[in-house]
Design a binder for this molecule. Sequence first.
Ligand SMILES: C[S@@+](CC[C@H](N)C(=O)[O-])C[C@H]1O[C@@H](n2cnc3c(N)ncnc32)[C@H](O)[C@@H]1O
Length: 297
Amino acid sequence: MRRGAPESPPLGDDEYRLIRNTLYAQTGLTFRDDQRAYVERRLLTRVRALGLTGFRAYHLRLLTDTARENEFQEAVEALTNHETYFFREITQLRALIDDVLPRLPKAGMRQGPVRILSAGCSTGEEPFSLAILFLEARRSAGRTLVPLCEIVATDLSRRVIERARRGVYGDSAFRSLPIALKDRYFRPVEGGTTVTAELRAQVRFAHANILDRARMEALGSFDVVLCRNVLIYFDRDAKIRAVSDFFDILRPGGFLMLGHAESLLSVSTEFRVAQLASGLAYQKPLPTGEAGGGSRL
Ligand SMILES: C[S@@+](CC[C@H](N)C(=O)[O-])C[C@H]1O[C@@H](n2cnc3c(N)ncnc32)[C@H](O)[C@@H]1O
């Protein structure tokens, strides 16, 4: 053992259970028994950075972080996967514009833009991709045919939200974006490539935990909730909580869209399945008597 760098004790059964439960209760993030080595490796850097004696002391530190602002955020950073890129699962984003928007209830009584929530947006590539599709559709179909939209994009991690607000990206973020669109909506800057003012104006970023119902409700109501590659990290109970929050913040007739690997199969909800030209979405029913925009299965 090197002097001044004492070996930290490994993550034992009790500490693993305590740390898992604390993180789960706040974020819905679920770690299986066989992920102990992963959690240990990721959190050991925090135990060492804080100069703690081990994982029990680390759990105490999490518990005393009552505002969930400091160590709690560090743990989320260490344990979450923020993988994303522009035009990821693009067929589904196109379906949102081409297939979902026309099915939204014709809201003669409602003024204002179509509101879309990108929940678990990571560094912003997903909401900016959607904004590009909207701007392109308005360019080609004519401004009167495609509604104005307001995109709100949220994440549990403050760090990724700060990066999304900065909007500076490295090359790998552009691996699926056609070059013509990159040229139109991005500009080279020192350290990468940044979004144009036109694109930036389409998206508002906010820090929000999907499982914090009051925080989600404060974002207002939405026509579409897009939540992709987030619920795969939740267990069934956390999924049920998240999906019920989404149901409540959706306007009647609004749609929930999940990632390709995700479904509501094991989660019984009041949503109805809507078959799109490509893939599925989930629609919040309209009150009885009003015509719906989606097919009911
Ligand atoms: C793999 S990324 C997905 C990004 C984007 N939706 C996509 O599909 O490309 C998952 C994101 O979900 C966020 N996340 C995990 N749990 C969350 C929660 N409880 N509330 C909000 N965001 C959460 C993570 O911080 C991470 O940035």
